[in-house]
Design a protein around this ligand. Sequence first.
Ligand SMILES: Cc1cc2nc3c(=O)[nH]c(=O)nc-3n(C[C@H](O)[C@H](O)[C@H](O)COP(=O)(O)OP(=O)(O)OC[C@H]3O[C@@H](n4cnc5c(N)ncnc54)[C@H](O)[C@@H]3O)c2cc1C
Length: 607
Amino acid sequence: MPLYKAPLRDMRFLMNEVLDYPGHYAQLGAAERASPDTVDAILEAAASYCEDVLSPLYLSGGEEGCHFEAGMVRTPTGYQAAYQQFVAAGWQGLSYPAQYGGQDLPMSLNLLKSEMMGTANWAFNMYPGLSIGCINTLMQYGNEEVKSLYLPRLVSGEWTGTMCLTEPQCGSDLAQVRTQARPTGDGRFAITGTKIFISSGEHDLTDNIVHIVLARLPDAPAGTRGISLFLVSKHLVQSDGRLGERNRVSCGSIEHKMGIAASATAVLNFDGAIATLIGEPHKGLEAMFTFMNTARIGTAIQGVAHAELSFQGALAYAKERRSMRSLSGKKEPDQVADALVWHPDVRRMLLTQKAIAEGGRAMIYAAAQRADLLYTAAWAKDEAAYQHHDGLLGFYTPILKGFLTEMGLEAANHGMQVMGGHGYIREHGMEQIVRDARIATLYEGTTGIQALDLLGRKVLLQTQGRCVRDYTRQIRTLARPQLWSKGPLGRMARSLTWRAIQWRVLTLRVMLQARRDKEQVGAAAYDYLMYSGYVMMAYHWAQMAFVAQAALTRGQGPESQGFYKAKIETAQFYFERLLPRADAHRHMALQPAQTLLQTPSDHLAAT
Ligand SMILES: Cc1cc2nc3c(=O)[nH]c(=O)nc-3n(C[C@H](O)[C@H](O)[C@H](O)COP(=O)(O)OP(=O)(O)OC[C@H]3O[C@@H](n4cnc5c(N)ncnc54)[C@H](O)[C@@H]3O)c2cc1C
């Protein structure tokens, strides 16, 4: 069973040696609040909560799942007690303003905490996780009355929140939303419609649930421009904050899913539910997408989480399980056979998992610093700074979400493979990780939708390639000092520089092709996203390798020599065995759309 151990050494290496978090927090004006000692204490406390409380509930929660009866949902055994501990420790308010009962720490710490909680138990993490989108939306768009009524209880974790976008006829295409909002004449609205697949839409962890709902006003124009945003509380909230009667929103059922069985995925029926408008009429989608970047980074973390957990399980197994002898001779002659970990093919799988988990973590932690800058600007109502950071984060987000969730799934599959037939058996938990990982490429925008967002919107439409030019410049700056070095670091620097140049060439060529044929954007998008992901991860692996080499050369650092060497060796593995996949994606991204579209759909099946 994969019991989670927080990778604190890796987290500290990234924060203190690679990404200079102390300097970053000083730049945010949070040097005192987020001092190295405070940050360390938070990491330690989160690690023990995740290891001791959440991780032991991972398998049992997945086996038991949620129970639905007469409109009520009961979460698996142990979830209520674990959630009470979460609330008592103030984890939900870590990065929210003190004004609402939070601890006023940078948002990045919230993301790091989510990584640990999500790795220990992703399904549990979704209950407080969905609240984050709800809190952020109210922080930005709620009026003072809404903020003072709802935020303190959401920030404390006493209530949770949801995001209600999806309807039976539409998920990706929210222009088709049909849920209606009718003014009731007293400044409030009545919401009628059905939302499906609503994570944490009903549960027994809190007395109240705050739903953020997309719906249409009677005079709404068609399409995305006619969607407004509403707050619907499961219980009506009185002016003194006490809970009143039950609102007209009910849970019709919960889904029976492939994975994350312990996370309740609800069908919610709104039958004239009393609602409050959030933000301006018809601008709901805009508001909903305000903090979508951070929500999507939250889902990108899921890729890292499953890669890490599966790696931990697979590595422990590969060191103990014995099978045949190493091809170059016995490695453990006093044993009946050598351990799996000696075999190159098993190493290939383990190192792929490690490279994805640690490379993905580095990508997330770098983006988390940008999220800090974004939130600081948002809370300070600094519109220009907000737009700037939102633009940059907007470029990283689809890459992180699309690429890391695809890679997380691959890593989870390798973990199962390392354990052979035992990996396929439920009691070991490795197959649960695969099933749980599968959803990550689907919700919060499928990989296909992320790819379109990256290439179509962020790269071509919004910046005409500027975001790629700027990012590849950053890559080349990192690589330059090592370009003429001998040995692995020099090879990494040259390989990275070449792929950075190719990224720009690819962008230009797709841009030119798209001028002749608009379908080319959709045809290239997935491969373009994967190319971008592989190169972005290579940037972070090179950066980690350079830092590790510097520590080795100095002969000192906070970590052991073995740790730094393993970093460089994993980077080498990444450059030699994973990064070359990017070239195939580049090649495929440039193939004509016609090959995909020429066969009439009636002729696709040969039945
Ligand atoms: C477990 C679970 C939890 C969820 N939680 C929530 C939640 O809390 N709140 C919420 O609102 N929703 C939630 N969802 C819904 C989820 O976000 C949607 O299922 C997802 O966005 C995809 O929408 P869809 O299912 O309608 O698929 P569709 O939009 O029908 O897409 C089907 C396929 O077509 C592709 N596709 C669609 N349009 C295009 C296009 N223009 N170009 C190229 N490809 C395209 C997609 O990539 C996908 O592969 C959840 C879903 C699940 C399964």
